[in-house]
Design a protein around this ligand. Structure first.
Ligand code: UDP
Length: 409
C-alpha cells in the first residue's frame, strides 16, 4: 500500500513524526513524505529526531506574499506529487495551510485523505484564524478521520460525517512526547546553551505566544503581565520567542531587559520538552502546548478567548484567560504559591501514546471504497451521452428527476 504523508509546520512534524515511524515499521506500506517548507527554521532537528526521510520538498513557499498565494503554491506542488505516482492514502494533520492545501489536492485527485487530529472546532470561523477554516476544509476532503478525543468525534458526527469513517485514537502528540521524554530524562544536556544556563533556584514559568489574532493590544497585555510576574522575584519567566516579526517586535519592546525574564530563540523540541518537565506553570496560546501539558501534570493559562481543546479545561488543567492582565498575574501566582509545583496527574484526555499505531493499523485495514469512484467516470459519461434517449427539450420536472439523472460509480 502506497501512502503519502504531507506536512509543513513544526507542530505537524511533531505530530506526524510518530505516525511516519509507525508506518515505516509496517512491511506492507510504501511510505513517501512531502514537506511543504511552511516552517523551515522552526523545524530544525525534528526530521532527524523522528528519523523521517523527506521524499519531496516544496519550493520556497514562504516567499509567496499572502496566505492565498501560499495555499495556491502548495496545492500545485502536492498536486504534482499526487500525479507522479498512484497513492492509496494521503495523510495530513491538523489545521494548517499545508494540511488544507494537501487535502484539497488529494480530493481533487481522487486520492483518499486521512486526517489526523480531526474534529477540533471552536465554532467561530475567525478564532483561531485561519485554522478553523482550514480544519473544516480538511474534514470535507477526508475519507477517514482520526479524532483525538470523544468530543472531537462528536463534532464530526454533528456535521454529518458517517460514524464508520471516524476513529477515536488519542492525540499523536502524546506518542511524540513519550518518544522524546526518554531522551530528555535524567542527565539531559540541552541543545541550546541558553537553556543549559537557566538558573534552577527559581520557579519556572514557561510561556509561548504566537497566535495571529493576539497580535496588537492583546499580546501587549499578556507581555505586561509576564513583566509584572518577573518582578515577584521567586519566579523565572522563560519565553522562547516565535519568529513572527510582529510578535518579536512586541516581545523585545516590553520584555527586552526585564529582571527574571529570559527570552530565548525558538527551542528545538527536546529542549522545549525538557523545560516542560521542569515547569511549575505554563502561559500559552499554543494548541500543541495545551495538549502536552497534561503529560506533565501541568496547568496552562490559555491566553485565548476560545479553545478547541475543551478537554484541557474539563480535566482541570487549563483556564481561558484571554489577554486579561489580572487573570494571568493572579493565575500564575496561585500556581506558584507553594513550595513545590502543583502538578495534577490523572487520565490524560489525549490518550496513552498509542495513537500512531492505531492509525497505521486502520490504514492497513481500510476497506473504504474510494468515494469518488474507480477512475472510469468519463467513460461512463461518454457512454451515457451516446446512448442517451433523453428528449432534446425535456418537460420541466415537477417531481422526481430520476430519468435525467445518471449515477456514476
Ligand atoms: N515547541 C517547540 N519549541 C518552542 C516552542 C514550542 O518545539 O520553542 C513545540 C511545542 O512543544 C508544541 C509545538 O511546538 O509541540 C507547538 O507549536 P506552535 O505553538 O507553533 O503551534 P500550535 O500548536 O499552536 O499549532
Amino acid at each position: 500500500m502506497r501512502i503519502l504523508v504531507a506536512f509543513g509546520t513544526r507542530p505537524e512534524i511533531i505530530k506526524l513524526g510518530p505516525v511516519c515511524q509507525a508506518l515505516q515499521r509496517r512491511k506492507d506500506i510504501d511510505l513517501s513524505v512531502f514537506w511543504s517548507g511552511q516552517h523551515i527554521e522552526l523545524a530544525a532537528g525534528l526530521l532527524q529526531l523522528f528519523e523521517i526521510d523527506v521524499t519531496r520538498n516544496g519550493s520556497d513557499v514562504m516567499r509567496e506574499p499572502g496566505l492565498a498565494s501560499k495555499f495556491g503554491r502548495m496545492t500545485q506542488e502536492i498536486d504534482e506529487e499526487l500525479r507522479s505516482r498512484r497513492y492509496e492514502w494521503l495523510v495530513v494533520q491538523g489545521d494548517t495551510a499545508t494540511a488544507a492545501a494537501a487535502a484539497t489536492a488529494g480530493f481533487l485527485n481522487h486520492v483518499k485523505v486521512a486526517h489526523v487530529e480531526a474534529g477540533l472546532r471552536t465554532g467561530r470561523m475567525y478564532s483561531p484564524w485561519p485554522e478553523e477554516f482550514n480544519r473544516r476544509v480538511v474534514t470535507l476532503s477526508s475519507a477517514l478521520h482520526f479524532a483525538p478525543t470523544a468530543n472531537a468525534r462528536d463534532n464530526l458526527l454533528k456535521e454529518g460525517v458517517p460514524a464508520a469513517q471516524v476513529l477515536t485514537v488519542g492525540n499523536t502528540v502524546v506518542d511524540a512526547l513519550i518518544h522524546v521524554r526518554k531522551k530528555v530524562s535524567h542527565g539531559y544536556r540541552p541543545i541550546d546553551p541558553a537553556v543549559a544556563a537557566l538558573p534552577s533556584d527559581k520557579k519556572l514559568v514557561l510561556a509561548t505566544l504566537h497566535r495571529r489574532e493576539n497580535i496588537g493590544a492583546p499580546i501587549r497585555r499578556v507581555l505586561m503581565a509576564l513583566r509584572e510576574l518577573g518582578q515577584d522575584g521567586d519566579k523565572l519567566i522563560v519565553l522562547p520567542v516565535h519568529l513572527n516579526p510582529d510578535v518579536r517586535a512586541e516581545v523585545l519592546r516590553i520584555l527586552g531587559d526585564v529582571t527574571n525574564v529570559r527570552l530565548l530563540e525558538p527551542l528545538q523540541y527536546p529542549d522545549f520538552v525538557h523545560l516542560l518537565s521542569r515547569a511549575w506553570a505554563v502561559v500559552s496560546d499554543s494548541g500543541g502546548v495545551q495538549e502536552e501539558a497534561p503529560t506533565f501534570g501541568l496547568q496552562v493559562l490559555i491566553t485565548r478567548d476560545t479553545t478547541e481543546r475543551p478537554e484541557v479545561i474539563d480535566a482541570g488543567l487549563g483556564r481561558l484567560v484571554g489577554s486579561d492582565f489580572d487573570a494571568i498575574v493572579e493565575g500564575v501566582r496561585r500556581l506558584t504559591a507553594s513550595d513545590s509545583p502543583q502538578l495534577r496527574f490523572g487520565n490524560n484526555p489525549f490518550g496513552q501514546g498509542d495513537a500512531s499505531e492505531q492509525i497505521a493499523d486502520a490504514l492497513i485495514a481500510s476497506r473504504i471504497a474510494n468515494p469518488f469512484g474507480r477512475g472510469d467516470a468519463s467513460e461512463q459519461i461518454a457512454d451515457a451521452l451516446i446512448a442517451s434517449r433523453v428528449a432534446s427539450k425535456p418537460a420541466l420536472a415537477t417531481s422526481s428527476p430520476a430519468p435525467n439523472c445518471y449515477r456514476l460509480t
